[in-house]
Write a protein that binds this ligand. Sequence first.
Ligand code: ADQ
Length: 451
Amino acid sequence: MAVKESLQQTGGLWFGWSGKLGDDTPGTNSEDVKLQSIGNVQLATIDLSRQDHETYYLGYANDVLWPVFHDRLDLANFNVRFASGYRRVNQLFARKLFPLLKPDDIIWVHDYHLIPLAAELRAMGCSNRIGFFLHIPMPPPLIMAAIPEHEWLMRSLFAYDLVGFQSEADVTHFTHYVESEAHADALSRNRLRAFDRKLRIGAYPIGIDVDDFAALAHGREGIEMFMQIREEYSRRNLLIGVDRLDYSKGLPQRVHAFRELLELYPENRKSATLIQIASPSREDVKAYDDLRCEMDSLCGAINGDYGELDWMPVRYIHRSVARRRLPGLYRASRVALVTPLRDGMNLVAKEFIAAQEQSDPGVLVLSRFAGAAEQLKEALLVNPYDTQGTAHAIQRALTMSIDERVNRHTALMERIRRFDVHWWSSTFLTALSRVEADDYQEPVFPDNLLL
Ligand code: ADQ
């Protein structure tokens, strides 16, 4: 979404996987690039063969990089076929993209599926300016070092001119990795030299389009959703969780904390309801199937143990909600639970803030392990592994005075408005275009925000 908005502003070429599987039968070529224009954006897409989808996408990207970068070594599947599929598809993408490039194009590569893309392009003679943004967290050095190909992956990042991370913690992890594993020299806070190349790095926390999201809250479907939920839950305090069903999002821990709330503060029985929306995600990967079973069982148990004829503690919905309806749901909720075990940023936290009524806002309970916690200091920050601590924070959110809610919300709103999606893309692209200028001053972030 954020990338689409940014590209629509500048115009340009979007290149990537079509999301479809190609025909593997002999005589057909699934590697053809399909071109189409939408407004000022040209779309170039390519299908993946079944084998590449299995090894590159399901395998290396989602069964190796995703778990390891979210500190879940226990879930990683280090299969050598996955690594070669990942390298092969990045080579294929580079081969297909290279002929489409103009000499002065600036290339912005997104996320962990494409770490070696610049190195493959450079090997073909590409000298364009290339930047990379990692949407997920950068793990600490010793966790990264568990990936058998870690050195190759991190060396590949030095083929970029600029590498952007979501948070200062990610920048620190990367710097420590290259200093300890690749004897990198830190030329300054944001410039490193290793593998015979210089690289600029920085924290560019992604934001949302605040006005656009706030406007959706007052659109027809936003208002309908708000009225419907307000009416249905007129006698209840509503808590909301909206996530992909992913083990990084801490959903079982969240249900445990909500259960603890009902134990520690029984006054919430019959009055507090948690709506948890968990959209299906990566259902071909086993860990996601296990999580689905765990959530079904936990939500069934809490409703069985605490539910009454006229009240169920948890409404668990394993589907996604249309984007236009989400702000209405957020606006009708007293508290949002955004409690991932690890998250690059987490845009739901920012969307919840943007959807609130300024005069009577809800409270954000936010995991300290989400990248968003570096910016959103006025949320109630929690450790999601600490069930009791999280339950206490939820109770504090439910009972917070209107003055405190307004003060916290005002500060948070100012923050997400100032560092919105337009700030994110323009700051990154400015830094990328000026990467070699010695006088270029990196935006100091988030130091100026830790008030
Ligand atoms: P995600 O892990 O997908 O993205 P997140 O930032 O929470 O995580 O959500 C992205 C978008 O999906 C948001 O706009 C949100 O509203 C929407 N969404 C999430 N769950 C939904 C649901 N159940 N129904 C409908 N919409 C839903 C990755 C990283 C994040 C990082 C983003 C952007 O993992 O840490 O914030 O990229 O960089």
